[in-house]
Design a protein around this ligand. Structure first.
Ligand SMILES: Cc1cc2nc3c(=O)[nH]c(=O)nc-3n(C[C@H](O)[C@H](O)[C@H](O)COP(=O)(O)O)c2cc1C
Length: 248
């Protein structure tokens, strides 16, 4: 395997394609943003990088607020749509029948269908060239209670989260195990690693790959039917000319 050097670029994948709501309940807008992330734990800080040409750019700059809505399979179409159409030309919220809810700490609304909506207050704006980075504090977190289990666990794996990699959208893959599974030890036996699903998932992937390969082979066999002459010769060890003679 050889590594090939490419020109510098934004080749970090996957990233979350979030839906950022801005404006007010009365005059809202939403745009899709992939250039986002967490920059600090306490206080919780995030950023979004937005091109000045976006309709949302000045709304966020003037209000100093926005909401990051985590997108899901259910929101995938709307997520893409809000990233390829502008609030300058159309009402994306109406077009995609998006439901909004009022936030607690900011005037910008949140998306009802998002499993997580982060209310953000802008702390600074920094221009880097193509994009302006809005550095913001997360001032309130909203989670959809339909993902709250009876024991209080937030079952985010049930939300169907989206990822964005190299221009394509994906749903998340298999659960490999919890944070720290590589070093964790059970309480009962400190020498025995806690059971992770890593090996199990690898095996499942192997079985799947074998099945896919067998199916592909089967399809190939059916598609490429051997010519009659070859089949006849293989079956009987006969000379095809004899068959032709006998058929006459
Ligand atoms: C998956 C995806 C990710 C995007 N990420 C960004 C981003 O990080 N920053 C940005 O300025 N525009 C990004 N865009 C483009 C904007 O969402 C798009 O230009 C949108 O139409 C702007 O809407 P507005 O004019 O209503 O603000 C992205 C689009 C898609 C589809």
């Amino acid at each position: 395997m050889t590594k090939i050097s490419w020109k510098p670029g934004t080749m970090l994948s996957p990233v979350p394609p979030v839906m950022v709501t801005c404006g007010t309940m009365e005059k809202p807008n939403v745009l899709t943003v992939a250039w986002t992330g967490i920059v600090n734990t306490e206080p919780p800080m995030t950023y979004i990088s937005v091109r000045p040409s976006r309709y949302s750019h000045d709304i966020i700059k003037n209000s100093g607020e926005f909401v990051i809505n985590v997108s899901t399979l259910e929101l995938a179409k709307a997520c893409d749509y809000c990233g390829v159409t502008s609030g300058r030309k159309t009402d994306k919220i109406k077009d995609m029948k998006l439901e909004l809810e009022a936030c607690q700490k900011v005037k910008a609304p949140m998306l009802s269908k998002a499993p997580i909506s982060l209310e953000c207050a802008v702390k600074s704006v920094q221009s880097f060239g193509t994009h302006d980075m809005f550095l913001a504090e997360i001032v309130n977190v909203n989670i959809d209670d339909k993902y709250l289990e009876k024991d209080g666990r937030f079952a985010l794996e049930k939300a169907g989260l989206l990822a964005y990699a190299h221009g394509r959208y994906y749903t998340l893959g298999r659960d490999l195990g919890a944070f720290g599974f590589s070093v964790d030890k059970t309480k009962e036996n400190k020498t025995k690693p806690r059971k992770s699903k890593f090996a199990e998932v690898l095996r499942a992937e192997e079985i799947l790959a074998e099945k896919v390969s067998a199916i592909k082979k089967g399809l190939g066999h059916r598609k490429k039917k051997e010519p009659e002459k070859a089949r006849f010769q293989k079956k009987r060890g006969n000379d095809f000319r004899e068959k032709l003679r006998a058929d006459r």
